[in-house]
Each structure stands twice: as structure tokens, then as C-alpha cells.
Design a protein around this ligand. Structure first.
Ligand code: SF4
Ligand code: SF4
Length: 127
């Protein structure tokens, strides 16, 4: 089992209580939040409900993005196939956990973000 180096701290209880996957995937979906419009199409297609809305439905006044809970993604690629903005790279698991913080501006899963790896935190550009 490869250590999830994109993990920053414990997941919030509402996310942590969702069923865990059975084994580590070969591929990992990583949302490039710079290109995400928050359309939620990927959420509809994810078979394991591991794509979370950022910052959350109770913050409707903010631009919504999504992120993948790395510990629950099974790498099926359905989200990437259906994203209208082509902003979900499918990476090998090892590459994905390495790359995810660079592509993440905000997280509700307590995963590392660009700020945590010393990159610019300017708001993502919108199409
Ligand atoms: S389908 Fe693509 S643009 Fe829409 S919320 Fe998901 S990642 Fe963002
Ligand atoms: S690859 Fe599959 S399991 Fe992972 S986030 Fe996308 S739809 Fe969900």
C-alpha cells in the first residue's frame, strides 16, 4: 500500500464515514480545479460517490468546485470521460497523489492544496 502523501489531516466526519474502497486503484482521478466550473456532471457519474463539492452546498454564495477524495476513488475514469471541460486528468496512483496538491486550490477533504506546497493560490481562472 502506497502512503497517501496528499493527505494533510483527518477527513471531516461526514466524508470519513462514507464507505472506503477495498483496494488501492491503478489510476486516480485528480480534479484540475483551475478548469473546473462546478457543473457537477462528474458527481452524477461517479459510482462510489467520492467527488465532493468545494466549499460545499451550504456556501452557495461562493464559486463551487469539486475535488476527489483520494482515499475512495477507484480509478474508473467515468468522471474524466464525462467532464465537459476536460479538467480531470487520470494519473497513475503514485503520480496522482504526487500531483494532486498542485492542482488543488481548495479542499473539503483536508487534502493538501497549492498553498501547502508553496504554489500561488490566486483564484482559478474561469472559462
Ligand atoms: S464535470 Fe468537470 S467542470 Fe464539472 S464539476 Fe466535474 S470537474 Fe468540474
Ligand atoms: S475515477 Fe471513478 S471513482 Fe474516481 S472520481 Fe472518477 S468516477 Fe469517481
Amino acid at each position: 500500500m502506497v502512503e497517501n502523501t496528499a493527505r494533510k489531516g483527518e477527513r471531516p466526519p461526514t466524508i470519513a464515514k462514507k464507505p472506503p474502497r477495498k483496494r488501492e486503484p491503478n489510476l486516480l482521478a485528480v480534479i484540475d480545479q483551475k478548469g473546473c466550473t462546478g457543473c457537477e456532471a462528474c458527481i452524477i457519474f461517479c459510482p462510489v460517490d467520492c467527488i465532493e463539492i468545494v466549499p460545499g452546498v451550504s456556501f452557495a454564495q461562493f464559486q463551487q468546485l469539486v475535488e476527489v477524495d483520494i482515499e475512495r476513488c477507484i480509478g474508473c475514469a467515468l468522471c474524466a470521460k464525462h467532464c465537459p471541460w476536460d479538467t480531470i486528468p487520470m494519473l497513475s496512483y503514485v503520480e496522482g497523489i504526487k500531483k494532486a496538491p498542485e492542482l488543488t486550490f481548495r479542499s473539503v477533504c483536508n487534502q493538501k492544496t497549492r498553498q501547502d506546497v508553496g504554489l500561488s493560490t490566486d483564484s482559478p481562472a474561469r472559462p
